[in-house]
Every structure is written in structure tokens, then in C-alpha cells.
Design a protein around this ligand. Structure first.
Ligand SMILES: Cc1cc2nc3c(=O)[nH]c(=O)nc-3n(C[C@H](O)[C@H](O)[C@H](O)COP(=O)(O)OP(=O)(O)OC[C@H]3O[C@@H](n4cnc5c(N)ncnc54)[C@H](O)[C@@H]3O)c2cc1C
Length: 380
């Protein structure tokens, strides 16, 4: 990576943020359009929230929360394979309830254990759930959604407490999609997600995104905030902005709400502590989950590190808060952003700039689409 110490105004393109979106777009613009690119990043590293690093013990950790890469796109895996090798994704999650561990997302094994009936099969469980479901044709919030899928007992055990801790908002005040993202399976598939490809970069995400931005046309300015260089970018010069959209427009339509997290990393003098990478605590403790990322990185080390995740109202922006008030504010910024693209050649892409929770594969897809849009202008 070519790290530079100072801003210069003679690049063909500027990218604000060295997260997945920034790295993919820098790579595409440099290798496909032969543009000279400067990435400006306020942190001291690339890879955005996918950043992984080594704890003082030597154990690799995911600094901003566990990242389980998955996608259904073979094309994306092929693209990323230019920058990394892979190991299989070992994404297993359990929920701790009254001292017992239950497979999560809910599957047949969870249901057998919860209803204390080892004989339940898919048909039996469907009939049982049908008798528990609280019917709702068109669920408009997360509570209605979960009640209509699994009924009151499971809702109160697995979802209610976790959601309250995570968001500090009652599920009935959260969009149906928040809990709707989690599948309920009537088979014994224990994998956390259903995607065709579940893979972890063999040397980590930081190495993968770092390799992406080694092209000679790409320079990186670290520990520099957009605000400090904004007025030095020549007017109309191609700029891709991946920071917070309301910040870009000086919060002129108000502040968008974000949910934050605090991570506590603790070292233990044994090889493994947990049976799987993630344990959720819907009812116990102040933290929502504990993560032992060694299960995913596959690192061999005599010690282990557990991260304890505490949801917070203040701090770095992690999750957009999906409720009506924020949707309305975002719409106003989106329309300002569209004007800014037309008038000043500034593109807005990614989690912070589009105020939407995207998984890494989804955000890479957004970056590719933005690239094609920019390319179409260069082609004409
Ligand atoms: C807790 C958590 C867990 C997650 N787990 C998964 C998972 O398991 N699987 C998965 O696929 N995805 C996961 N994700 C999603 C994944 O992190 C995002 O999809 C991805 O990081 C978004 O990429 P991005 O480039 O849009 O934003 P980011 O990764 O946030 O990168 C944006 C970059 O811009 C920089 N920046 C912002 N403002 C400025 C500024 N003003 N000046 C300069 N630089 C700036 C930031 O410092 C940051 O480095 C998770 C996200 C979170 C929060």
C-alpha cells in the first residue's frame, strides 16, 4: 500500500473512506479506468468495519464486531479471490437461555429442546408452531412479525430481551425487517446463514482489502478527516463519499440516529472457551453476545480472546435505526445527494452514505454498481 503523508489536489479521483466500498472502488477506478486515486481515511487503517487485527496476546480479533462473509454470487467470490485465499466459514451461533445453549437461528433442534420433545419432526413442528402463531396478515413491526411466525413463548425467550438490549427500542416500534432477517428453519441445519458461499479470507479482511489497494495508481492518506481536506478538492473532480450522509450536508435536515457498540476483549489462558463462534444472551447479562472469533479465523493459538458486545446509544455509528422518523430525514438527504452527483460529480455509496445496514457482499455489490455508473460516463 502506498501511504502518503499529505493531501494533493492533482488526483483524478478522491475516495472518502477506506472501507469495503472505498477499497473496491479505488481498485476498479485504478485498474479499469487507469485513474490516479487518493483514498482519504480518518482511521489509521484500511478495511473499515471489517478490520481485523492482532490482540496483544497474538490472537486475531475482529475489532468492530464479528464478520461472517457470505454471498450467493459466484462472480463476487471470483473477484475477491484475486486478493485473498479462503477458508470455509464456520458460522455457528447459539442462544443461552437459563444456562442452556440452543441453536440459533431457531431450527428443528432448537424447537425439540425448547418444547422438550425429541420426537418432533418437520411436520410435527409445523403443526405445533401453527397452534402457537398469533396470526397477522401483514406484520408492520418486528413484534407482529415474530409472533406470527413462532408465537409468544419463543418470541419472549429468544427475541424480546435481545432486541430490547440491542436497540433499546421495543420490537413493536422496530420495522418488521429487523427481526425478519433471521430465518426459522424446520430442518437441522445449524449454519447461521443460508448463503451458497460462506467463506473467510484466509489471512483476514484487512489483508484482503489491503491487497486490493496496492495498485500503483492508488495512494492512501490515513488519519485524515474529510472535513480537513474537503475545500482542497478541485470543484467537480470525481469524488466518492462513503462517510455519514448527514455529516456531508452539515446536518441541515437534522441528525440521523445510529446505534453504537462497545467491545470488551478479554484474553483467556486456554485454547477455546465457547463451543462455537457466537453466543447470544437474550435474557442474561448487559452484553448481547460473546464472540470467540478463533472458531472462524481458524488460528492455532494456546490462548483465546472473547469479545463482549455492549450496545450503546452514543459512539461510532454501527447500525442505522430503522424507524419512520429516520426514513423521512434520510429521504431529504438522498435527494440532496442526487443533486450533488449531478452538479458536482460526488457519488454517495455504502453503509454510512446510504443510511442502510448492508452486509459486506451487499455493499461490494453497491460499489460495483457505482463503478459501472461512473464507467458509463467515461465510456461516452
Ligand atoms: C457489528 C457489525 C457486524 C457486522 N457483521 C457482518 C457480518 O457478519 N457479515 C457481513 O457480511 N457484514 C457484516 N457487517 C457489515 C459490514 O461491516 C459492512 O457491510 C461494511 O463494513 C460496509 O462497508 P462501507 O465501506 O460501506 O463502510 P465502513 O466499513 O464503515 O467503512 C467506511 C470508512 O469510512 C471512514 N470514514 C467515515 N467518515 C469519514 C470521514 N468523514 N473522513 C474520512 N473517513 C471517513 C470510516 O472510518 C470507515 O473506515 C457488520 C457490521 C457491523 C456494524
Amino acid at each position: 500500500m502506498n501511504i502518503v503523508k499529505e493531501f494533493r489536489a492533482d488526483y483524478d479521483a478522491y475516495i472518502i473512506g477506506a472501507g469495503p466500498v472505498g477499497c473496491v472502488l479505488a481498485e476498479r477506478l485504478a485498474s479499469e479506468l487507469n485513474l490516479k486515486v487518493l483514498i482519504v481515511e480518518k482511521r489509521n487503517h484500511v478495511a473499515g468495519n471489517c478490520f481485523d487485527t492482532y490482540h496483544q496476546s497474538g490472537v486475531m480479533i475482529h475489532r468492530y464486531g464479528p464478520h461472517y462473509f457470505r454471498t450467493n454470487s459466484e462472480e463476487m467470490v471470483q473477484y475477491l479471490s484475486k486478493f485473498t485465499g479462503w477458508i470455509p466459514g464456520n458460522y455457528i451461533v447459539k442462544s443461552s437461555v437459563n444456562g442452556e445453549l440452543y441453536p440459533f437461528p431457531i431450527n428443528l433442534l432448537t424447537l425439540r429442546k425448547f418444547f422438550n420433545d425429541e420426537t418432533l419432526d418437520a411436520d410435527g413442528v409445523e403443526a405445533l408452531l401453527e397452534s402457537k402463531r398469533i396470526k397477522c396478515e401483514n406484520p408492520t413491526n418486528s413484534e407482529e412479525f415474530v409472533l406470527s411466525r413462532v408465537g409468544k413463548d419463543m418470541y419472549e425467550t429468544f427475541y424480546l430481551g435481545y432486541t430490547l438490549k440491542q436497540w433499546s427500542i421495543h420490537p413493536k416500534d422496530l420495522a418488521a425487517s429487523v427481526c425478519g432477517r433471521i430465518p426459522v428453519r424446520l430442518n437441522t441445519d445449524e449454519r447461521y446463514v443460508d448463503h451458497k458461499f460462506q467463506l473467510t479470507p484466509d489471512k483476514g479482511f484487512t489483508a484482503m482489502f489491503g491487497n486490493m489497494v496496492t495498485h500503483e495508481n492508488i495512494d492512501i492518506l490515513l488519519e485524515a478527516d474529510f472535513g480537513s481536506i474537503r475545500n482542497s478538492i478541485p470543484k467537480g473532480r470525481l469524488t466518492i463519499y462513503t462517510g455519514q450522509i448527514d455529516e456531508y450536508f452539515g446536518h441541515s435536515h437534522g441528525q440521523l440516529e445510529w446505534r453504537s457498540l462497545e467491545f470488551e476483549f478479554k484474553e483467556y489462558d486456554q485454547e477455546y472457551i465457547q463451543p462455537c463462534v457466537q453466543i447470544n444472551y437474550p435474557k442474561e447479562h448487559d452484553y448481547t453476545r460473546t464472540v470467540e472469533i478463533k472458531h472462524v479465523t481458524g488460528q492455532k493459538h494456546p490462548h483465546t480472546v472473547i469479545s463482549y458486545e455492549y450496545p450503546r446509544a452514543e459512539g461510532d455509528p454501527y447500525y442505522p435505526v430503522p424507524r419512520e422518523k429516520n426514513d423521512a430525514i434520510y429521504k431529504q438527504y438522498k435527494s440532496l445527494a442526487e443533486q450533488e452527483t449531478l452538479n458536482n460529480n460526488v457519488y454517495f455509496c455504502g453503509r454510512l452514505a446510504e443510511y442502510k445496514y448492508f452486509n459486506t457482499d451487499e455493499v461490494i455489490d453497491r460499489a460495483m454498481n457505482t463503478f459501472y455508473l461512473i464507467k458509463s460516463k467515461y465510456d461516452n
